[in-house]
Design a protein around this ligand. Structure first.
Ligand SMILES: Cc1ncc(COP(=O)(O)O)c(C=O)c1O
Length: 402
């Protein structure tokens, strides 16, 4: 190690995009739920790359699959098949309602693809060119491309980027009385079953059912943005399965590659009739390295029954934080589903995150006022106990500092 951490951070701060503000720490390696910086400090990681590292760090199956894959083939383009890509698409469709998959590299690309498919389906298959309006929810988050920020129902993400994509509308999340606004001019509705960036807010099951019914009644396509909720995060492989509401289109990314960038948008054969050769594409989408990673992640989730672990550990975590809330009234509400857990703390949220960092416990905020805990899906009972201990120490030191 030639350069000190301070020197490296200074260089990083000189060259990094000003849209980021990482902590003054340089991470070096990880093992399970632990992350280690280059100065030898270890952290209990309940950020998990922002709900990405679902198998934790250094998972032997994922490492072996990637090692094998890099030695054979990293990329070939979508001009040719690879067995890895075919088997990933087969697995995704076998375990969901979908027949076909469009593979891409990120969440924004997956939501963008979903909205493009909805619009083209209405225009080309349903022969309804007047249906171009896309509807999303207040406090939603769908990514950072122009289409995805337009769908994102939070004005702060629009600042300085207008004009946005035309013909979008926003409905209050979880409010069935507003669903009348979905009508014969609407191409599609995009919704997160559990809002992530907006503050870890689960949809009410009755709301998603009413939304499905309204979409059916008006022949509008229902797009579930499962970029954060998908791949086991909520205790089902896809959150729609736990809600028992089947969308027309589903978008995913984050956990899918266990840290390797990969996204996917899926739908039925009928909906995919909206696209023909060349309608949409991605150079890197579904390359063999990403596909090998995603196939391994899906296999491990099933073989190790990680969804059961997610449900149990999620309950343990929520109950533990609820009992901390009795001593720390700064915690106003505990929400979530599976291992997507939020604790609303008002203006104190980011200070508490800083105090957690002092305890070598990594969490972050969502919606500005909510602590978000999204550990790897492999987290153990004792990891959750340790997380609750560190959260208690952080809350105590935050309280002492007031
Ligand atoms: C629900 C949801 N959709 C889309 C995105 C965008 O994903 P990406 O950052 O991979 O483009 C995110 C990222 O946080 C997300 O939570």
């Amino acid at each position: 190690m030639d350069r000190s951490t301070e020197e490296l951070v200074a260089v990083g701060n000189r060259h990094n995009s000003p849209s980021y503000s990482p902590r003054d720490v340089v991470m070096d390696y990880g093992k399970g739920v632990q992350l280690f910086d280059r100065d030898g400090n270890s952290y209990l990681d309940f950020v998990a790359g922002v709900a990405v590292n679902c198998l934790g760090y250094n998972h032997p199956r994922l490492v072996a699959a990637l090692r094998d894959q890099t030695q054979r083939l990293i990329h070939v383009s979508n001009l040719y098949y690879t067995a890895e890509q075919i088997e990933l698409m087969e697995t995704l469709t076998e375990r969901s309602f979908a027949d076909r998959v469009f593979l891409c590299n990120s969440g924004a690309e997956a939501t963008e693809a979903g909205m493009k498919l909805a619009r083209r389906y209405q225009r080309v298959v349903a022969d309804a060119p007047e249906r171009s309006r896309m509807v999303s929810m207040t406090d939603s988050f769908h990514g950072r491309t122009m289409g995805a920020i337009t769908a994102t129902g939070q004005p702060k993400y629009h600042e300085g980027f207008k004009p946005l994509v035309p013909d979008f509308g926003y409905l209050p999340f979880n409010d069935p009385s507003a669903l009348e606004d979905i009508d014969e001019k609407t191409a599609g509705v995009i919704v997160e079953p559990v809002q992530g960036e907006g503050g870890v807010r689960p949809a009410d099951p009755s709301y998603l059912q009413a939304l499905r019914e309204r979409c059916d009644a008006t022949e509008t396509l229902l797009i579930f943005d499962e970029v954060q909720t998908g791949v086991g995060r909520t205790g089902d492989l896809f959150a729609y399965q736990g809600y028992d509401v089947v969308p027309d289109i589903i978008c995913m990314a984050k956990g899918l590659g266990g840290g390797v960038p990969v996204g996917a948008m899926m739908a039925t054969e009928e909906i995919f009739k909206g696209w023909k050769i060349g309608s949409h594409a991605s150079t890197f989408g579904g390359n063999p390295l990403a596909s090998a990673a995603a196939k391994t992640v899906l296999d491990v989730i099933e073989e190790d029954d990680l969804c059961a672990n997610v449900r149990e550990r999620g309950q343990q975590l929520r109950e533990g934080i609820r009992s901390l809330a009795e001593s720390f009234p700064v915690i106003e509400e505990v929400r979530g589903r599976g291992l997507m857990v939020g604790a609303e703390c008002g203006d104190a949220a980011s200070e508490i995150v800083d105090h957690c960092f002092e305890q070598n416990f990594l969490i972050n905020t969502a919606g500005g006022d909510t602590l978000r805990l999204v550990p790897p899906l492999i987290v153990s009972e004792s990891d959750v106990d340790e997380a609750l201990n560190r959260l208690e120490s952080a809350l105590t030191s935050w309280r002492d500092a007031q």
